[in-house]
Ligand binder design. Structure first.
Ligand code: NAP
Length: 287
């Protein structure tokens, strides 16, 4: 295929940024990829794994001449990174991101764009609990959704380009308003992560006659808590940046847990069966 982006800059060559670079290289959609990051060791991994053609820790040098800049650092750092690179962007450059929270990022990054450059918010719905360039792989996005969050300020041509690059990774692309995105992902992603962290924290600090109860865990506990192995700094940022929507989701969950507790406490057999049956039906309905 003809190259869509002559020079792609990836800021934060970890699981998400590294996987995008790998997929676009495989698709022949990019001329060259420059990887930008803080630690030399991760960038050296990205270079030796063939994810990038060039690496640099100098973000201003890295974005020079780039037709597209993809930012995949923890969400709270994204606006600061955009503020830093804005003066160095080439005319016509498209800046896009993979952050898991959208309202604050889109609002702040749109306002930071110099004239002639365009910001498009994005969030690929794919991931693992692993981090860093070495954990990235080209097929991460295949068959997965990628959500773009345009606003009334979004340039239609830039949106079309970002849509096309995600389709080239094998992702199914859809668009929604940033606030709607954040309320949905508070429920289906951010709440499960904080619940998993809370559960492992509670069980890990439980004192049952001095026993380390975690040594007895089996498949169910491990399946349910896999996501509590995710990077703490990334999830701290997501929780804080989507605070309003996440607190509403936590309140809904607390009400559900309180109701379950009440039914257990009162020995309400029929109520418990009804509660578990309804939840099972929801779970079985997930395709
Ligand atoms: P990751 O594997 O830890 O990669 C992030 C990379 O960013 C690291 O290589 C880190 O390298 C670099 N970095 C951190 N702060 C930086 C900064 N200020 N400037 C430049 N580089 C910086 O994390 P990830 O899983 O790819 O997540 C990246 C983004 O994708 C986050 O915004 C997250 O919300 C989003 N996301 C994640 C998932 C998921 O399941 N993991 C799914 C969808 C979206 P150094 O340590 O060397 O700086």
């Amino acid at each position: 295929m003809t190259t869509m982006i002559d020079r792609l800059a990836i800021i934060g060559v970890g699981l998400i940024g590294g996987s995008l670079a790998r997929a676009l290289r495989e698709a022949g959609a990019v001329g060259s990829v420059v990887g930008i990051g803080r630690s030399r060791a991760n960038l050296e991994d990205a270079l030796s794994l063939g994810i990038c053609d060039e690496i640099t820790q100098d973000v201003l040098e890295g974005v020079q001449g780039a037709g597209m800049v993809f930012i995949s650092v923890p969400v709270c750092s994204i606006p600061a990174v955009v503020a830093e690179i804005a003066p160095a962007l080439a005319p016509g450059c498209i800046v896009t991101d993979g952050g898991s929270v959208k309202t604050a990022i889109v609002r702040e990054c749109e306002a930071l764009m110099p004239a002639g450059c365009h910001f498009v918010g994005g969030h690929p719905i794919a991931g693992t609990e692993h981090s860093g360039a070495a954990s990235s792989f080209a097929t991460l996005y295949r068959g997965k959704r990628c959500i773009l969050t345009p606003t009334e300020h979004t340039d239609p041509a830039a949106l079309e380009t970002v849509d096309r690059i995600w389709r080239l990774t094998g992702a199914e692309v859809c668009s929604m308003e940033p606030g709607h995105h954040d309320r949905i992902f508070a429920e289906i992603s951010h709440l499960p992560h904080v619940v998993a962290y809370a559960l492992v924290h509670a069980v890990g600090t439980a004192d049952v006659e001095g026993e380390n109860v975690l040594s007895y865990t089996a498949g169910g506990f491990r399946d349910f808590t896999r996501i509590a192995s995710s990077d703490p700094a990334m999830w701290r940022d997501i929780a804080l940046m989507n605070r309003g929507a996440l607190l509403a989701s936590i309140d809904g969950f607390s009400a559900s847990l309180d109701e379950l507790r009440r039914r257990i406490d009162s020995g309400d057999q029929a109520g418990l069966t009804e509660f578990f049956t309804t939840a099972k039906q929801f779970r079985d309905g997930i395709v």
